[in-house]
Every structure is written in C-alpha cells, then in structure tokens.
Design a protein. Structure first.
Length: 156
C-alpha cells in the first residue's frame, strides 16, 4: 500500500466530488468513508445533497449559527448552560447542561471562526430579567428617612 499525502487525498476527493459526469445524471456514488470526508470538506448538508441527489450537484455555502441558553435545575434533571450549533436549520448540541466557563470558551472559539453566536432567551429568562429590572427600579426607603419621619413631631 502506498502512502498518500493529505494534500493529494484532498485533491483526489475534490476532483471526484466536484467533477461532472458526462451524462449529468446520478452524480458520484459515495461510500461511507468518502461521505465522511465530503462532510469535512463541504459540510454535512452539501454532502447529503451530493449523495442523494439525482440532479447535477452545485455547491452552496452552509449557513451556520450557534445559540447558547441556560436551563434551570428541575426535579428530574440538573440545569446548566447549553450550546447548540445550527447548520442549515439542523440543530446539533455541542455542549449540554454544563458550566458557564466551558460554554464561554466554546463561544469564543466559534466567534474566532466567524460563526454568528447569539444568546437564546426563553420565556422564563425574559420574565426573570423583567423582575430584576423592576426590583432594581424600586428604591427602598433609607434608614435616615424613617428616623426623620418619627422625629417630625418631636419638639424641644
């Protein structure tokens, strides 16, 4: 068996994947290992379209975004931070119910790869934020004001 460099293997796969057949039908037939390589080169959705398409294949850049959110502790499950990667509408969990530190490190890695990352807010998170804002807006009466009110009618 001969050794093939990574560059040569990638060149051969690209030629096989992007090369057109004379008939224009059927597209290339991919095995399991070739499908995995195609997923790494082109993304999962393009590899699936390539493997299952009867029409000529045209590459389309995948739309990739990420969302992170917090789930509270429940009676039957523990809570924590989760991170989902969404590639062409297909959601895949990267991190499930972990610490904020682990999620923030992964968010930083994804933003360095120019993947849009946003915080997903559930209804519970919105309600809790509104309650915090309402509590912060209410100014508690200070101790000095209470003392002055008691001494208001005091005369010497």
């Amino acid at each position: 068996m001969t050794e093939i460099s990574d560059e040569e293997l990638e060149r051969r796969m690209r030629a096989k994947l992007f090369g057109s057949e004379p008939s224009g039908k059927g597209g290339p037939k991919l095995g399991a290992t070739e499908l995995k390589i195609a997923e790494k080169l082109m993304g999962k959705s393009n590899a699936q379209r390539l493997a299952h398409s009867d029409r000529p294949f045209r590459y389309r850049a995948p739309l990739v975004t990420a969302e992170y959110y917090h789930t509270p502790d429940g009676e039957y499950h523990r809570g924590g931070w989760s991170l989902d990667l969404i590639e062409d509408g297909v959601r895949r969990k990267l991190i499930d119910r972990s610490t904020w530190l682990e999620v923030s490190i992964k968010v930083r890695e994804l933003t360095e790869k120019n993947i849009a990352v946003k915080k997903f807010e559930t209804e519970r998170m919105v309600v809790e934020a509104e309650q915090r804002r309402a509590d912060a807006g209410v100014k508690k009466a200070g101790n000095r004001g209470a003392i002055m009110n008691r001494l208001k009618e005091f005369r010497l």
